[in-house]
Design a protein around this ligand. Structure first.
Ligand code: HEC
Length: 439
């Protein structure tokens, strides 16, 4: 934790990652499903000798290239920039643990781009069979990139005891939530890709419409329905503490409970496209694009809700049981509590010195380092609001209480990391907290 802390007022650093990620994962899953759908429909069209449909699919491949290359890749780079700025320590940790995984991921992305570019640019020179192989290869590369990334994302929720001792990439990669996560994400991809395809099919020439919409609607329906058992299987694979965090927070008026309720509503909304697509099956001639777009929006809400739950279920860690959200590793806490955080963290020390090394400056340096990963001063999960009714003494006692490592004595341990500093440092944070409310 010797990196500068990026202080983002109002929104908080987590939401910067959150917003970019929600857009990115929606597109990334959509293009995987759309790739599988393209191969599936091209195969049908070739078998039926349907030239018209093949020509229409060529246009969809072009659209997919744009979507993947511009929006998918652009937001993907955006995530790297955001996580690198927001949580450099965790980013560094993930790169080290999975360097070959990332390399494979980038190769697969290059494969996706290459196959689509060849398809789009050299379409007329390819024989039907070659086209089908390219469609298939694109789908395979896109799906395999999901298979690789899932391992790394699932690792953050359930790194597993094996990895914690061996630090071997395979032990971290094939973790408890990995397989359920691949299944779930694959089915979500089919649903999102299918809805995107239905949106395109909704404005296809009338004669083509039924040939596109019927199989596409069934493809989408399968994706939506298969998500349900996969989601259940996934939730069962959660580490018990993560499951308790989710279930324990479904009631009440806390910010966390409200978030969970929104996410759950989203999971319900995710199922509505199953009804909407029936229109495409039974009345393809009257099916319209906005119906598919509405379905896509609902499915993205549900998927965003799922991602939010997965992120929150990791609390208070960024890598469960290994590293807290504020970049402090579990095994570092004892040393910081004994010998102090400031003496061992050059950035925080320099920050405090730049503000005159007063108690408030030291408190602010500590608070930036240890709290702003999840809170803001006066915006999202506002510290000012959360401590509004506390006296100055309450605040000091609260932070000193956060030093406690026994869950029976520190009820916050399921959502907040222990305070990694001395009693004296806790007092400085307490004083700084009070200053937010002018106390
Ligand atoms: C891993 C994320 C995380 C970190 C890091 C974190 N908190 Fe929290 N904190 C939370 C969550 C989640 C809540 C519950 C908020 C809710 O449900 O509305 C919370 C609640 C609080 C509350 C309200 C407690 C109550 O009884 O209502 C205070 C005060 C607070 N945090 C202060 C801090 C301070 C000070 C730090 C740094 C030393 C810190 N937090 C670090 C996640 C975190």
């Amino acid at each position: 934790m010797n990196h500068p802390v990026w202080d983002l007022p109002l929104l908080g650093s987590g939401w910067i990652i959150g917003i970019i990620s929600i857009i990115h994962v929606s597109i990334a899953h959509l293009v995987v499903g759309a790739g599988i759908w393209l191969a599936f429909l091209e195969d049908r069209a070739q078998r039926a000798g349907d030239r018209e449909l093949q020509a229409w699919l060529r246009g969809r491949a072009k659209a997919l290239l744009w979507l993947s290359a511009i929006f998918g890749a652009g937001t993907g780079v955006g995530i790297w920039v955001a996580i690198g700025l927001v949580n450099p320590t965790a980013t560094q940790h993930l790169i080290r643990a999975f360097v070959m995984g990332w390399a494979i991921e980038w190769l697969l992305f290059a494969g996706e781009m290459a196959t689509l570019i060849v398809l789009v640019r050299a379409y007329d020179r390819l024989r039907p069979r070659q086209r089908l192989i390219l469609y298939g290869l694109y789908a395979l590369c896109a799906w395999l990139s999901l298979v690789v990334i899932s391992g790394i994302v699932a690792f953050m929720l359930s790194p597993g005891a094996g990895w914690t001792t061996t630090h071997a990439m395979g032990d971290g990669f094939f973790n408890a939530t990995y397989l359920p996560s691949v299944l779930l994400r694959s089915f979500v991809s089919l649903a999102l890709g299918g809805l995107w395809a239905l949106a395109a099919g909704g404005v296809a020439p009338p004669a083509l419409k039924p040939r596109i919409l019927k199989p596409t609607a069934l493809f989408t329906l399968a994706g939506v329905l298969l998500t349900v058992p996969a989601g259940w299987y996934y939730f069962q694979s959660f580490p018990p503490a993560a499951r308790e965090l989710v279930l324990g927070n479904l009631k009440g008026a806390t910010g966390l409970a409200q978030g969970f309720r929104w996410a759950l509503l989203g999971l319900g909304a995710y199922l509505l496209p199953a009804l909407l697509v029936l229109w495409g099956v039974f009345r393809p001639a009257t099916f319209r694009r906005p119906v598919a777009l509405l379905g896509l929006l609902l499915a993205c809400w549900g998927f965003g809700g799922f991602e939010w739950i997965r992120e929150v279920a990791r609390k208070p860690f960024v890598i469960r049981d290994v590293m807290y959200s504020n970049g402090i590793r579990v095994e570092q806490v004892a040393g910081y509590q004994k010998d102090g955080f400031l003496p061992q963290n050059a950035w925080a020390r320099t920050f405090a010195a730049s503000k005159g090394d007063t108690d408030l400056a030291k408190g602010e340096a500590l608070l930036r380092s240890q709290c702003l990963a999840c809170h803001t001063r006066d915006g999202y999960r506002s510290l000012k609001v959360l401590t509004a009714s506390n006296t100055a003494e309450d605040n000091v006692l609260l932070i000193q209480g956060l030093r406690e490592l026994d869950p029976a004595l520190n009820p916050y341990l399921d959502r907040m990391p222990p305070f990694a500093g001395t009693e004296q440092e806790a007092e400085w944070v307490g004083k700084y907290l009070s200053s937010l409310n002018g106390k």
